[in-house]
Design a protein. Structure first.
Length: 336
């Protein structure tokens, strides 16, 4: 049965159902572009689908309350597990995989990565205790209210690998470029929660983030980079901070830095080109010169293999391996 790349509206998301899926990739894009993921990220999502994955495109919603948005992704996953299985059976496709939570992946771009990171933190059984050391009682109450309707086993993405593309751990100053106004909102506790500093504290204290991959871009002035660390202060260079923090986990962080800017994951295929909607960049790129999608597929496969590796073996491997952080520019033979 041939795989037809077609997004269907299910629950609050768009889903491309593969007839013989080897996994399910849940994708959350960045601000604005992520609101219409099936358009702006179409080439990337199509390559993931054609590699054998069912793809869930989760539309981005803007809010300063990032805990509530993150928990809403858990609720959506719980609902989609049922709805996709029903739709797959109706189409005559394989459907048993959708009940196995370990077959699900998370993939984010830009701010979408922060929501995924918060879900990873909530998957740590110690999250209420750790949260008290990094935030305040008000945020704990917000989370407890948000998860009250979820089953206990649904408040976790443990065992589900995450792939972060140009991760941006945004706070109020990132959302509002007028610094005085951003600081005023924070002073009255009306800004982004958790803040960048609080989010970094949560990640640092968690024992998870072992099934994590990160792809960065050497000229990214928003998420930061390894190749040009002076473009941003270390505390605001989210890429460099995450690499430093996660390289000593049970599994060393999978990382590759590619040539490009922050909006590299965007694009649709037009002829033999990928058009990325960025007039301040190259705007269009030949498919044969594009490497991102091949790197994404390689990391998804490696993350799946890690998920199936016993933790004792992983610990030994982590002592023998240092993650790569070399900027790369290479060609790709991937076709739409």
């Amino acid at each position: 049965m041939n795989a037809e790349f077609c997004f269907r509206p299910l629950s609050f998301s768009w889903v491309a159902i593969h007839p013989h899926p080897k996994g399910v990739v849940q994708f959350m894009g960045g601000a604005f572009f992520g609101t219409f993921p099936t358009l702006f990220y179409r080439y990337l999502l199509r390559q993931v689908f054609e590699a054998g994955y069912t793809v869930i495109a989760l539309p981005f919603r803007f809010s300063f309350r990032h805990w509530a948005l993150s928990v809403s992704l858990l609720k959506e996953q719980d609902e989609l597990r049922r709805e996709i299985a029903l739709a797959a059976r109706h189409l005559g496709y394989e459907s048993d995989i959708y009940q196995d939570k370990t077959r699900y992946f998370w993939m984010g771009h830009s701010l979408g990565c922060k929501y995924i990171a918060l879900l990873e933190f909530l998957s740590d059984d110690r999250w209420p205790t750790l949260l008290k050391t990094c935030t305040d009682a008000r945020q704990i109450e917000q989370i407890e209210q948000a998860i009250v309707d979820l089953r206990p086993d649904a408040v976790s993405i443990k065992g589900q690998p995450s792939l972060l593309l140009a991760p941006d751990i945004s706070d109020t100053e990132s959302a509002i470029p007028i610094r005085f106004l951003a600081q005023l909102l924070d002073r009255f506790q009306l800004g982004v929660l958790p803040t960048r500093k609080q989010t970094q504290c949560l990640i640092a204290k968690s024992d998870l983030f072992n099934l994590t991959g990160l792809i960065s871009f050497d000229h990214d002035t928003i998420a930061g980079s390894v190749a040009n660390p002076r473009q941003k202060p270390y505390a605001e260079n989210d890429v460099l901070w995450l690499i430093t923090q996660l390289k000593q986990r049970a599994f060393p962080l999978l990382h590759q830095e590619l040539s490009g800017k922050h909006l590299e994951p965007l694009g649709v295929k037009i002829g033999s080109f990928v058009v990325d909607f960025n007039p301040f960049d190259k705007f269009a790129e030949r498919i044969c010169d594009r490497f991102l999608e091949n790197q994404v597929l390689q990391f998804l496969e490696e993350l799946r293999q890690r998920e199936q590796t016993p933790k004792s073996v992983a610990t030994v491997q982590s002592l023998q391996s240092i993650p790569s952080t070399v900027a790369v520019q290479a060609g790709s033979s991937s076709q739409d």
